[in-house]
Ligand binder design. Structure first.
Ligand code: ADP
Ligand code: MG
Length: 331
């Protein structure tokens, strides 16, 4: 994580042979972490067991911290990469997750949607993060600012020039949810823990990021799609090949993500889509989710600037591929 963007830390501690986690935050993460404590402490009883339990917390003007048990469970991003982890078990965990989300979370606390929701939530966030990425990686200036890129022999529109198209009234309208609701807010694979014990699947959803204003559930699902569709966890771990010739008129890039267990991933992804279709009556969910997924990729590079495998560039390129695919097939 980048120091300039991240002011929280998570430490494993031990007391009476019991491992527990202390999460501490300062500066810009102070308010978010107070909101997180509020979220976790005010969960409806029927879903409390799916989230970490706060055992103590401390809030001062400079710093906030809370304790929770250390859950020795499988983490979705690691499990997807572990050849010993059965896809059937991952599928069972995701089915339970989708059922939980649609039965107990997404329908709750319906809130109106601000008119500028898509602009603020996605477009301005991407814009801000891309400019920060550029400021930290001037060597990638042509990758980030060239109007078009040739990736694996095909021409793609770069991100900033795509915004004019995304911001057309008809497109903005089709990307705006009909209401906001209770959500998790940061449903990444590294926040999804699962474990099957004595025939029963357990889930813990870490690091929720939602306020009283609520959110679009497709933003949550976009985070989940980032791993089970966009393979963000693979890119984050440097399992991709990347070569570029940036000085050409249209920069030329070769970018291949190692797909690991391709047919198993595809099967899992198809099953997840089917389950969501069974549980969700919002016809527009998939379109907004695919857009959110691309936007999450394009907003991610600043958090991976210190990666020694250039994950920041890999995530950015995956975002361009996904955004182009989305604009071509869904707008
Ligand atoms: N209670 C927990 N039990 C097990 N692992 C945890 C727990 N809390 C956090 N982690 C691990 O630490 C990582 C970072 O924690 P998180 O709450 O997401 O902090 P941050 O706000 O820094 O993203 C998680 O992705 C997970 O791997
Ligand atoms: Mg986190």
């Amino acid at each position: 994580m980048v120091q300039a963007l991240n002011f929280s830390s998570v430490e494993v501690m031990n007391r009476n042979d019991q491992a527990y986690i202390v999460k501490t935050a300062q500066q810009k993460d102070l308010v978010t972490t107070i909101e997180q404590i509020h979220y976790l402490q005010n969960l409806p009883d029927e879903i409390k067991s799916y989230f970490p339990e706060i055992t103590e917390f401390n809030i001062t003007a400079e710093s906030v911290s809370y304790h929770m048990p250390f859950y020795k469970m499988n983490q979705l991003d690691d499990a997807l990469l572990d050849p010993d982890c059965q896809m059937d078990e991952i599928h069972e965990a995701l089915t339970l997750l989708i059922d939980l989300l649609f039965s107990h979370i997404y329908g709750k606390d319906s809130k109106p949607v601000p008119e500028d929701f898509v602009l603020k939530t996605h477009i301005q966030r991407m814009e801000k993060r891309i400019h920060y990425f550029l400021s930290q990686r001037p060597d990638l200036c042509r990758l980030i600012l060239s109007p078009a890129l040739k990736i694996n022999g095909e021409i793609f529109t770069n991100t900033l020039p795509s915004f004019d198209f995304l911001l057309r009234e008809k497109n903005l309208e089709s990307l705006t949810p009909s209401n906001l609701s209770f959500v998790h807010g940061d449903l990444e694979a590294n926040h999804i823990l699962f474990l099957k014990q004595q025939g029963e699947m357990q889930l813990k959803l870490l690091d929720p990021r939602s306020t009283d204003k609520g959110g679009d559930f497709a933003y949550d699902l976009g985070k989940l799609f980032q791993s089970i569709h966009g393979k963000s966890h693979v890119i984050q771990r440097g399992q991709f090949s990347l070569k570029y010739e940036l000085e050409k008129d249209i920069p030329e890039i070769e970018f291949y993500v190692n797909s690991g267990r391709p047919s198993e991933y595809k099967d899992l992804f198809d099953k997840v889509i089917n389950r969501i279709n069974e549980r969700c009556n919002d016809k527009n969910w998939e379109k907004r989710t695919l857009f959110s997924e691309a936007a999450h990729f394009l907003s991610a590079p600043p958090f991976f600037l210190e990666s020694d495998c250039d994950a920041a560039a890999g995530l950015y390129l995956q975002g361009i591929l996904l955004l182009n695919d989305f604009m071509k097939n869904h707008l």
